[in-house]
Design a protein around this ligand. Structure first.
Ligand code: FES
Ligand SMILES: [Fe+2]
Length: 457
């Protein structure tokens, strides 16, 4: 049968704008949302310009004057703690001719001097001076010469977000029930906090949403990550390590996924474990070098060793905060769109912070072991995913074949349940989370954000 909607006269593309009701349907989405540069450009306003975007973690800028450079969509940003300790997100853009002010990944600075003509700015964004001011007929008192900044910057338990949209809800309301899993994830650590380690950056040639589509996908695991599963099981000669709970019949395993609204979702694999100290460590996959640290922690702590080992083990959760933050095991993954077909994924390991000194001089041992457990997935698992994202992007170049399906779990009575506060629960291999977040994407693409910037007076 011929598909008459294929080709350039398809209904979603008539007239001046895009018909998002056509492009996003209940069970499928149009390939152009991944391949069309004009849709990508619109996303930088309607998605990344409209919602609370994850920017940085407070542990990356622990002291006054510390900064890191990042992006808000495509906008280059310096996230910093100014000399008075205020966390700000400055546009990394000189007000003279637009040059980026800072080209370092991170550092400490109370002023930024533009490399082009030497204008200098305080780390509040205020212009401090310009070389040879006599050459200007006017002075520089006007606030328009102060660096632009993101008008709303807030943290949730160390995670720093910013939004340009004055109509966005509070960060607290934006996060809503996804705060529950974030709290649980943090609260298993001493003092309820973690610190970021260095970044591992992986670029792929595919649209940014392919990574977000995958962040809760339990359907692909045994196929995409077969080599990782085989290796984990072969090395320990037991069939229940690492991600093995996806084998067999994953939908009848006790794990599940939830959709929380505002595009956020969560996959909880913890119900696969027993509830007891050492349970998380018991399912940890094998990692070269772990034996030494485990033996040392068992020798030093005997009864409490299981607790220490659980701190080193990856927590089996995927917590995804739309549009660009995922907490995966003990990792943080940040999705950074570059253009419609290229994306960076930035992976940060996390370390235990022990301000109270509960673990004494064993803390470096716990963290060294925790680093071992965080090496496996980015090296052996993420590469499988990135290869698939690139191959999806290649496949979608066959653009007359227009639709991408996400209907797994749909219309099956009793499979998906919703509760009164709008949280939706489904089995771990469903595509429910994709259908729900992409509905929110559609709503945002059809809504005009109230984008503003601010400057120091
Ligand atoms: S562009 Fe920055 S001083 Fe000229
Ligand atoms: Fe994966």
């Amino acid at each position: 049968m011929l598909d008459k909607t294929a080709g350039h006269n398809r209904p979603g593309f008539n007239g001046p704008g895009y018909d998002y009701d056509y492009l996003i349907q209940d069970d499928r989405v149009h390939q152009s949302i991944y391949t069309d540069p004009a849709i990508f450009t619109a996303e930088m306003t309607h998605i990344f310009g409209a919602v609370w975007v994850y920017l940085a973690h407070e542990s990356q800028i622990p002291k006054n004057d510390d900064f890191i450079t990042t992006k808000l969509g495509l906008r280059p940003i310096i996230v910093l703690r100014d000399s008075d300790g205020v966390i700000r997100a400055l546009y990394n853009r000189c007000t003279h001719r637009g040059t980026t002010l800072c080209r370092l990944e991170k550092g400490s600075a109370h002023i930024f001097r533009c490399p082009y003509h030497g204008w200098t700015f305080n780390n509040t964004g205020k212009l401090r001076n310009v070389p040879w001011p006599d050459g200007y007929a006017s002075d520089f008192k006007d606030s328009k010469f102060n660096v632009a900044q993101v008008p709303r910057v807030e943290s949730y338990r160390g995670f720093i977000f910013g939004t340009l949209n004055m109509d966005a809800p509070s960060l607290d309301d934006y996060l809503g029930p996804v705060k529950g899993p974030i709290d649980e994830w943090l609260d298993r650590h001493p003092g309820g906090k973690i610190a970021y380690c260095e970044a591992n950056r992986l670029m792929y040639r595919g649209n940014w949403k392919l990574a977000y589509d995958n962040s809760c996908d339990g359907y692909h695991v045994v196929f995409s990550h077969r080599s990782l599963l085989d290796m984990e099981n072969r090395l320990v000669n037991e069939a229940d390590k690492g991600m093995s709970f996806y084998k067999g019949r994953p939908d009848s395993a006790p794990m599940y996924m939830k959709y929380f609204g505002h595009g956020h979702h969560f996959k909880d694999k913890r119900p696969n474990m027993e509830i007891k100290p050492g349970a998380m460590w018991a399912i940890e996959g094998p990692h070269p070098g772990m034996e030494h640290y485990e033996a040392e922690l068992r020798r030093r702590f005997s009864a409490r060793a299981d607790e220490a080992l659980d701190l080193a083990a990856s927590e089996p959760v995927n917590i995804n905060v739309f549009p660009n933050l995922s907490i995966l095991g003990n990792h943080i993954q940040v999705i950074e769109p570059l253009n419609h077909y290229e994306t960076n994924t930035i992976w940060y390991g996390t370390a235990v912070v022990d301000d109270e000194g509960v673990w004494g001089d064993a803390l470096p041992l716990i963290n060294a072991l925790r680093m071992r457990t965080q090496e496996g997935f980015p090296n052996f698992g993420e590469v499988d995913d990135l290869a698939n994202f690139e191959e999806i992007q290649r496949g979608l170049a066959a653009f007359e074949d227009e639709w991408v399906y996400m209907h797994r779990g749909m219309d099956i009575p009793g499979r998906i349940s919703g509760d009164a506060d709008g949280v939706i629960t489904a089995p771990a291999t469903d595509e429910m989370f994709m259908r729900e977040y992409i509905k929110e994407w559609k709503r945002l693409m059809q809504t005009e954000p109230n984008i503003q910037i601010k400057r120091e007076p």
